[in-house]
Ligand binder design. Structure first.
Ligand code: GDG
Length: 529
């Protein structure tokens, strides 16, 4: 009886120590930027100035479920941060309405109040025809600009018809902004789909302050020079008051490109381009994730339970687990990752039966041939590795093709002993940061391609060239053999880096700069009418 009591007491003591540790760990990040700090800053800084956000993708979509209309929110830290910005100042967010019930809930101008369950700002949806989507989104954005900006040896397609459609759709976005803009509004444009919007806006309304954030790499001038419409594209981008990139390196590539291609004055000290009475600041704002949200969710008991369920479901109990989470895109280096796993099992047979790799892969841009090809290559390589090494009760690679709910991804991140991010080229890569935030039990190794923006910040990851199959396999072996203390120290360092520079810090940095510019008409005088 005494023995039983003692054991129970000691179990209770251990549980309460663990709870105290968890609470202390949570408090370590009390000071970091959150949704609340961003909302407070937006309210204070904008002082009544109207904010207009513009992106291709919509933050909320309405779709039919049978006869009923339902809605869902686009996942992802960026949407969450922009959503808080928009909500804090009753902004207008302009985007392509892609949901099949999107226009059943809008007014004749395409406007609807969102979030649908607790309206705080206005979403203005643009209707695009199938031809417009094909030319502007699939064609020009994803078959021309995307491969041009990523070094993966995929040849960009240069179609004059797509270029014309891209211009027309950018014009459509610009017109929608003009319908909403007040005197001195701030316009925050997202990404390579909208390169020309600012030039169209500034012709009509030089009083607007515009900032564009480019989410993908900017190539070096040697690569960019083949682009047939380079002057028009650069002109469009330089109509922005601020241009943001993830890395200083991409910002410098842009400065060099402009210096070589256009008649302009490049001020490298201030990272400023002057051209035709206008100036554009070129800045690096490394994007990040909702660190605290992910970290706290990963600590919750429901995630702990979900990890146990996943272990049972995929026969992972007692085994080490590797993880990949990607859009199925040729830039993400997924076949290269599978080659490295193949080599690992060949060279280190001791990992057979002991280590399972789970690849979560969301199909993306599925109308395009290059993307169909990635899916079939990944499927084929998974089958080959499984046939070559699989044994009774053990499948080396589990490929989960399809879109997962973001809440489902967190237990995968948490249970993984290692995460493979093997992009051939990537502006930032948020998966690497999500893994760091969610592996909150101090176990887990990040293997990271040096060709990601994230590699500049996450110095404690194991960096490996995804094209070098031997070195890649060796890194996986190293990760599987890494002492626990080493894993813990590396993770802690990376966790602090991501906590300090999270998605809200990113949004605040851009907002601070753009508001300062909008207030200072001396720095960027409007051209004479
Ligand atoms: C561009 C740049 C830059 C993935 N599968 C599912 C899912 N995901 C989420 C991940 C992560 C995001 O998608 C992917 O992040 P990446 O950074 O790889 O982004 P890209 O889509 O390539 O986007 C990139 C980024 O913009 C931001 O500036 O980092 O360099 O290429 O958040 O968790 N989410 C859900 N289900 C999935 O199945 N819900």
């Amino acid at each position: 009886m005494e023995d039983f009591l003692e054991k129970s007491m000691s179990r209770l003591r251990r549980a309460s120590e663990r709870a105290a540790e968890r609470t202390a760990k949570m408090h370590t990040f009390d000071h970091v930027d959150t949704r609340e700090t961003l909302e407070e800053l937006v309210g204070r800084k904008l002082k009544g100035r109207k904010l207009i956000l513009v992106s291709n993708r919509e933050p909320y979509a309405h779709v039919y479920q049978g006869e009923d209309v339902t809605w869902f929110r686009s996942a992802g830290g960026l949407t969450i941060a922009l959503d808080s910005m928009a909500a804090a100042c009753q902004a207008v967010w302009i985007c392509h309405g892609g949901g099949n019930a999107d226009f059943t809930v809008t007014d004749p101008q395409g406007r609807v109040a969102v979030p649908p369950d607790r309206p705080r700002y206005t979403l203005k949806r643009l209707r695009l025809s199938r031809e417009e989507e094909q030319g502007y989104y699939e064609g020009f954005s994803n078959e021309t600009l995307w491969p041009l900006c990523h070094v993966t040896y995929t040849r960009p397609r240069f179609s004059f018809k797509d270029w014309q459609t891209y211009q027309a759709v950018n014009d459509k976005f610009a017109k929608a902004v003009l319908e909403e803009a007040d005197e001195g509004s701030i316009v925050f444009l997202q990404d390579y789909h909208l390169s020309l919007v600012a030039s169209m806006l500034k012709k009509e309304r030089p009083d607007l302050t515009t900032v564009l954030f480019w989410h993908i790499p900017w190539p070096n001038p040697e690569i960019f020079r083949i682009f047939p419409w380079k002057t028009e594209l650069l002109d469009g981008l330089l109509s922005n008051d601020i241009l943001g990139f993830h890395l200083r390196y991409h910002a410098e590539n842009f400065m060099e490109t402009v210096g070589l291609e256009l008649e302009c004055q490049a001020d490298w000290d201030r990272m400023l381009i002057r051209r035709q009475q206008r100036s554009s600041r070129v800045r690096a704002y490394p994007i990040s994730i909702d660190f605290k949200g992910i970290f706290e969710q990963a600590e919750s008991s429901s995630v702990v339970r979900a990890c146990q369920d996943l272990r049972r479901q995929f026969r992972l109990t007692g085994r080490k687990v590797g993880l990949g989470v990607d859009r199925l895109d040729y830039t993400k280096g997924i076949p290269e990752r599978l080659d490295a796993l193949d080599r690992l099992f060949e060279r280190y047979p001791e990992h057979r039966g002991q280590f399972t790799f789970v690849q979560v892969g969301t199909p993306s841009r599925t109308h395009l041939e290059d993307y169909k090809q990635v899916v079939s290559t990944v499927e084929q390589r998974c089958d080959e590795v499984n046939e070559k090494y699989g044994q009774d009760g053990w499948q080396p690679v589990v490929f989960l093709k399809g879109h997962q709910n973001f809440d489902t991804l967190i237990p995968f991140y948490k249970l993984a002993d290692l995460c493979l991010v093997s992009s051939l080229h990537d502006g930032m890569n948020l998966v690497a940061k999500e893994f760091v935030a969610a592996s909150s039990n101090d176990r887990g190794v990040l293997i990271l391609s040096p060709f990601t923006g994230a590699a500049r910040e996450l110095e404690q990851a194991l960096l490996v060239n995804p094209y070098d199959t031997e070195a890649f396999a060796e890194s996986i072996h190293q990760a599987l053999s890494m002492p626990a203390e080493d894993q813990k120290v590396r993770l802690e360092r990376m966790r602090h880096t991501v906590a300090e520079n999270n998605i809200y810090t990113w949004a605040q940095a851009i907002l601070n700069d753009v508001v300062r510019l909008a207030e200072d008409s001396q720095i960027n005088p409007a051209p004479a009418a």
